[in-house]
Design a protein around this ligand. Structure first.
Ligand SMILES: Cc1cc2nc3c(=O)[nH]c(=O)nc-3n(C[C@H](O)[C@H](O)[C@H](O)COP(=O)(O)OP(=O)(O)OC[C@H]3O[C@@H](n4cnc5c(N)ncnc54)[C@H](O)[C@@H]3O)c2cc1C
Ligand SMILES: NC(=O)c1ccc[n+]([C@@H]2O[C@H](COP(=O)([O-])OP(=O)(O)OC[C@H]3O[C@@H](n4cnc5c(N)ncnc54)[C@H](O)[C@@H]3O)[C@@H](O)[C@H]2O)c1
Ligand code: SF4
Ligand code: FES
Length: 818
């Protein structure tokens, strides 16, 4: 056997160590390895520092390779000992402590340094970047003694730092230079939705602010901006981008631009010297995310091991913000440009935004907010560059089934074993399939042994997909998945645990049931809030912060940031007096548009947030709840009161239903209608519950939907009296409340549960009555939200402009929404 060659790695970080891991696998024993690391730790997962700061994990959990690993692989590690010189003529590296290491091959993987703004005061105590364990510890320490943090930079790092500092109890203001947060990853609508969501989480923002100086004596006391205004802050985190760490390479005479220039085989301008990771510049790009760096590392390892490779051709990147409660995904070229076309979908009620960008029938970019479940599939289509002609709508609206040729499952099945599924941790499909074959049959177990899905969580749908494909048969047991990435518990398990253990708050539920994310996410928080309210109508106090914006402000937020006002008009029947009131407020507050809705209501559109309480006060009408997961409207036809075909009083029936069930919290919105004869002018058979009058009675239809996916309702029963209509409706709605998943419309629920099962549950009158008594218990505790807001000065403050609300130092400078 040949003498091993000498391989030296400078930079004990993510890209460099990943490269030598590959070399060890491809050609064990071929190299004698020496590693210099400036940090005093073994190799760790830098991206998890955000989670450490946010309290989601601890330092020991983020170590990728412990000291034993170096030892058992015969690697000489000099930790806490930076390389200070490279002698390319004599092929050796010299370290700070004086160690000299000769090399046949040298890998430079020195990463980046945080960019520190060159402004007065930038070196003061209390001003830091966020790059390593040391910075993370410093922030955790600072939060114990100081309360006001300013994060400069509203990019990925800044927002993750801000979320962490909020979790540590600090009052956090993010100062951003541009108009839009995460401007390198998101378009304006997604960025706006993100800002609103983060404001709801308690973050303050100062947008379009240029920091001119850090003020304070020895320690930072605040920021001064170019416009002369100031912000108090005793901790300042700079997160305004990174600079590749090229000093060592530069001083060794290597060709350097922004990064160290490398070719497709990661070779620098010096023989035997390679560079990978953030410090390298390939075809003009220095990447700042791990996935492309791991791809580089895989190519370099092959090169060093003498294995054939086509070289590295550059990467398309995707990102996911690691802030719990916010789902944001961005990939590829997400901005419109010449020769591209884009499709968008925006649902302001559920806070979902999707955009895909196409060029020549190929998908080249995507932005997702609120629902990022299709991110991985879209990303693999972007990478594959295949034609998506004719499938654009499916891509935008999401994969409905697992059957289409585009479905994530089909794609996963056909992709090669080497395809990286988890970009953050560089885990391939082959490795995950192997883990499944070894008996790991939950995402949690796969996470434990491969680290796939342990970081940003973006690959979780793909890991779940692989479990579906390869888990069931091998295990002989069904694969169990949780309601979201924070738990492996199903909806039913959660609901029964809440009941059995008498859990009474969202936080307690997450703690007791072992949530992986201490704050939960935008899927589980509102779901838990709903389940708790449904189970404990008397004891549970609704948690506003677990609701979407519309339900928090009791108004639908519109695309321009204004709100809409929809007063309750029972059964769609109004009066001259109410119409006058509506007209008067519309005129007085310059409401730009008054419109009839599909549910026979009047909608005042374009209302400013601060006008909402005044308008509701002057209207003195109940809320129409046009914004919530609740009973929306009962649409009625004129019925026997005026119509010559009418067999029953559909208006009276509709009003009675609406008065009985208004303000009811439901898993998803619920719409009702009542028609006075089978001509069905109120379109009752495409409603969640529709009542149609017949000779001598009423038919009750359920599970209809007139939305994206039209579904004709099924006949539940035929009854004779109005009392029976009320009883069946109450029982049906309560059964839906008790058994549906949060956010599941009745049309989907009915198909999942089955009409026969629902009929069986409601068949016996005693069962119906038990359900009715439970719904009545809930209904007896509801109140009109706007009446409450109007009468409560504290609640009214939420709608006031900042100055009137009496904001603190950071807030008066602008940006904060309450
Ligand atoms: C808080 C945070 C969160 C992040 N989250 C994500 C994420 O979610 N997804 C994602 O894709 N990316 C994320 N990133 C970026 C990701 O961590 C980097 O892209 C990745 O770590 C770069 O790997 P690297 O090996 O090039 O550099 P590094 O991991 O920084 O490693 C370089 C190492 O070299 C050492 N070094 C420097 N000079 C010398 C020298 N002269 N001698 C010896 N050692 C030296 C440094 O101390 C460092 O340890 C995040 C970064 C941070 C800071
Ligand atoms: N979830 C993730 O994938 C993740 C998380 C953290 C960090 N990272 C990576 O770490 C690196 C550093 O992240 P970053 O957010 O610092 O870099 P970035 O370049 O992505 O964002 C910096 C932001 O700061 C803003 N900015 C620039 N100058 C400013 C100024 N003077 N005042 C206020 N704002 C200013 C920019 O407009 C930009 O939005 C990036 O490569 C990033 O991709 C990734
Ligand atoms: S459904 Fe029948 S009763 Fe009602 S308006 Fe139409 S025709 Fe008249
Ligand atoms: S892609 Fe981030 S955890 Fe897998």
């Amino acid at each position: 056997m040949n003498e091993p060659k000498k391989l030296v790695l400078v930079g004990n970080g993510m890209a460099g160590v990943r490269t030598i891991e590959h070399v060890l696998k491809l050609s064990p024993g071929a190299y004698e390895m020496t590693v210099f690391g400036a940090e005093p730790y073994p190799n760790y997962n830098r991206i998890m520092l955000s989670k450490v700061l946010a309290g989601g994990t601890d330092m020991k959990e983020i170590i990728i390779n412990d000291l034993d690993w170096y030892e058992s692989n015969g690697i000489q590690l000099y930790k806490g000992d930076a390389a200070v010189r490279i002698d390319t003529d004599n092929r050796k590296v010299i370290s700070e402590s004086g160690v000299e290491a000769s090399y046949d091959a040298l890998i430079i993987a020195t990463g980046s340094n945080p960019f520190i703004l060159p402004i007065p005061g930038a070196r003061k105590e209390g001003v830091i970047g966020f790059r390593d364990i040391h910075d993370c510890n410093k922030m955790i320490e600072a939060a114990k003694s100081y309360k006001k943090a300013a994060v400069i930079g509203g990019g990925l790092l800044g927002l993750e730092a801000a979320r962490g500092l909020l979790n540590l109890g600090m009052d956090v203001t993010v100062v951003h230079l541009g108009k839009h947060l995460m401007d390198r990853q998101l378009d304006a609508p997604a960025s706006e939705m993100l800002r609103r969501e983060l404001e709801e989480q308690g973050m303050n923002f100062l947008m379009e602010k240029q920091t001119a100086a850090i003020i304070g004596r020895r320690r930072a006391e605040g920021l001064e901006f170019a416009d002369g205004s100031r912000l108090e802050a005793d901790l300042v985190v700079m997160a305004v981008g990174i600079l590749p760490n090229v000093e060592l390479a530069k001083s060794a005479g290597l060709q350097v631009n922004r990064g160290i220039i490398v070719d497709d085989y990661l070779q620098t301008s010096a023989p035997g010297v390679y560079a990978v990771g953030e410090c390298a510049e390939h075809r003009g790009i220095a990447y700042g995310l791990v996935a492309p760096l791991y791809e580089q590392g895989a190519v370099l390892a092959k090169r060093l091991a003498g294995v054939d490779t086509d070289g590295y051709a550059g990467s398309v990147t995707s990102t996911k913000l690691k802030v719990s409660g916010v789902d944001v995904f961005s990939a590829g070229m997400f901005n419109d440009a010449e020769g591209t076309r884009s499709l968008r979908y925006q649902d302001d009620i559920d806070g979902v935004y999707k955009k895909i960008v196409l060029k020549d029938d190929r998908l080249i970019g995507a932005v997702l907010f609120g629902d990022t479940s299709d991110g991985a599939s879209l990303f693999s289509l972007i990478k594959s560059g295949e034609s998506v002609a004719g499938r654009e709508k499916e891509l935008l609206l999401g994969y409905q089934t697992g059957q289409s040729s585009l479905s994530p499952l089909a794609r996963l099945e056909s992709c090669s074993e080497d395809e990286i599924i988890c970009g953050c941790n560089g885990v391939t499909k082959g490795r995950i399939v192997e883990a499944i074959a070894d008996g790991n049959h939950t995402v949690g177990k796969i996470k434990g042994c491969t680290k796939a899905s342990a970081s940003c969580g973006g690959c979780r749908p793909e890991v779940e997909g692989l479990l579906q494909l390869y888990g069931g048969d091998m295990a002989g047991e069904p694969v169990k998945e949780g309601i979201c990435g924070c738990t492996s518990l199903s909806r039913d398990e959660i609901v029964s645990s809440i009941k059995e253990l008498r859990l009474l708050s969202v936080k307690e539920t997450m703690n007791v049931l072992g949530w992986s994310e201490p704050e939960g996410c935008s899927k589980c928080r509102p779901a838990l809030n709903y389940y708790l309210g449904m189970l404990w109508p008397a004891e549970y106090a609704d948690e506003k912060e677990s609701r979407f914006t519309n339900e928090r402000y009791h108004a639908n937020i519109q695309k321009d940031g204004t709100y809409s006002v929809v007063p309750r008009v029972y059964g769609g029947v109004t009066s001259p007096a109410d119409l006058k009131k509506i007209a008067a407020v519309a005129e007085k507050y310059n409401v730009p548009m008054v419109k009839f809705t599909g549910g026979q209501r009047l909608d005042l559109l374009g209302v400013k947030k601060e006008d909402l309480p005044k308008i509701w006060e002057e209207l003195d009408m109940p809320s129409g709840h046009a914004y919530g997961k609740t009973l929306r409207t009962v649409k009625t036809c004129v019925g026997s009161t005026f119509c010559r075909f009418g067999t029953q009083d559909s208006i009276g029936m509709g009003i009675e239903l609406e008065k009985a069930f208004e303000r009811l919290n439901t898993p998803a919105k619920v719409k009702l209608a009542v028609s006075g004869c089978p001509r069905n002018c109120a379109e009752a058979t495409i409603k969640d519950l529709g009542v149609v009058a017949i000779d001598g009675g009423w038919e009750i239809y359920v599970g209809g939907n007139g939305g994206v996916k039209v579904r004709a309702a099924d006949l539940l029963c035929t009854v004779k009296t109005e009392e029976e209509v009320m009883e069946w409706t109450g029982a049906y709605l309560q059964y839906y409340r008790e058994t549906a998943n949060w956010n599941e419309r009745t049309s989907v629920w009915l198909e999942r549960v089955g009409l026969d099962a629902i009929k069986a549950a409601l068949e016996k009158q005693e069962d119906r009555q038990a359900l009715v008594s439970r719904i009545e218990e809930t209904l007896s505790r509801t109140t009109d939200p706007w009446k409450e807001i109007i009468e409560n000065p504290e609640l009214r403050k939420n709608f006031m402009p900042l100055a009137e609300a009496g904001a603190g130092a950071g807030e008066t400078l602008g940006g904060r929404r309450s």
